[in-house]
Design a protein around this ligand. Structure first.
Ligand code: KG4
Ligand code: ZN
Length: 341
């Protein structure tokens, strides 16, 4: 007898995207609706938490309704609701969590709280049907830079993390400094194609006592110092060269640490995730390094790299399949650690 399909409604509101999706059997995305607030926050040069929360409240019902209708299903067809409950902006997270709890309370549909990083990693399962744990993963987003050992579905070990800025945060700060504005990552990616990545030698920061940890604040300062010194000398800097040289400094370190971790841990499979994983230079450099080292590389399409609810639905499916559900006392946890419940 054919097993019954499991449909998950995923909800994501941890930062500046209000998103809902319907996912079938953990791998098939039936709908993926994302309402981005980027235009609003661009006015302020970054995400304003209070504005983000208010916008989530305005949009969330509509986004969930669209996700259900685009998938051609009704709420009564849904087997579980997966929602991001951390980490992220507390006010923003609370909107998704309260919404998911209200639907769960009203309908009796089970609730599954999802860790945002687990969601990012799980985005890889959508387009790579053959990918299964164990594998090594690099999560590079606006808030995180983590090297994670994915031992099984829902079982993670963090091998390395950033000691200061996240990779995406560095992209956003440097973009602002060179006048590209918010959000910086995609803009640096685009402008760098016109620049010379070897024009300026920026530092590749090593963390003394750790092979796998990252540090990007020194690189950010080096870029600011470079811009200052150009200004003092009355020289104009070449925006595309600064962008490309900075991007190269970030990608070199990400590639080096990732390959070292994959090899040292004896893995053959490696998956990238998070907004920065859509960076074209990082993808190209990682492609080349993995080919050289005979490592199977995975990354999601850009739409599944940046924040979305399909990835939350996928992660929730595997938790739900493992018998993990959350109570109606589920709360937003802004600094939630991976692997904690
Ligand atoms: O995963 P994400 O959407 O949100 C977080 O969980 O933080 O990541 C957003 C981050 C931002 O810092 C953005 O600048 C960066 O991902 N990003 C990129 C690119 N696209 C998005 N960074 C570099 N290159 C890109 N193409
Ligand atoms: Zn994210």
């Amino acid at each position: 007898m054919k097993e019954k399909d499991i449909l998950i409604l995923g909800i994501e509101s941890s930062c500046d995207e209000t998103a809902a999706a319907v996912v079938k059997n953990g791998r098939e995305v039936l709908s993926n609706i994302i309402s981005s607030q980027i235009d609003l926050h661009t006015l302020y040069g970054g995400v304003v938490p209070e504005i983000a929360s208010r916008k989530h409240i305005e949009k969330i019902n509509q986004v969930i309704g669209e996700a259900l209708s685009a998938a051609g299903v009704a709420l009564s067809d849904i087997d579980a609701i997966g929602v991001t409950y951390g980490p992220g902006l507390v006010g923003a997270l609370l909107v998704g969590v309260a919404e998911a709890k209200a639907i769960s309370f009203a309908t009796g549909i089970p609730l599954v709280g999802v860790h945002h990083i687990e969601g990012h990693i799980s985005a890889n399962y959508i387009e790579h049907k053959e990918l299964e744990p164990p594998f090594m993963s690099l999560v590079v987003s606006g808030g995180h830079t983590h090297l994670v050992k994915v031992q099984d579905y829902g079982v993670y070990e963090i091998l390395g993390r950033t000691r200061d800025d996240a990779a995406g945060e560095a992209f956003d700060k440097v973009a602002r400094a060179i006048g590209l504005g918010y959000p910086g990552g995609p803009k640096i990616d685009r402008v760098s194609k016109e620049g010379n990545a070897d024009a300026i030698s920026f530092p590749r920061a090593k963390v003394e006592d750790s092979l796998y940890d990252f540090s990007f604040s020194g690189l950010k300062s080096a870029v600011l110092n470079y811009l200052n010194s150009c200004e003092m000398k009355g020289e104009a800097y070449v925006q595309a060269d600064v962008a490309a040289s900075f991007q190269k400094a970030v990608t070199d370190v990400l590639v080096e640490h990732s390959i070292a971790a994959v090899k040292a841990q004896g893995f053959r499979k490696f998956a990238m995730a998070g907004g920065v994983a859509s960076n074209s230079a990082l993808r190209a450099a990682m492609d080349e390094a993995c080919k050289r080292e005979n490592i199977e590389l995975y990354y999601p399409s850009p739409v599944f790299c940046t924040d979305n609810a399909a990835m939350i639905g996928v992660a929730a499916y595997y938790e739900f399949r493992n018998g993990v559900t959350s109570g109606l006392d589920l709360n937003a946890v802004p600094n939630l650690k991976l692997g904690e419940r």
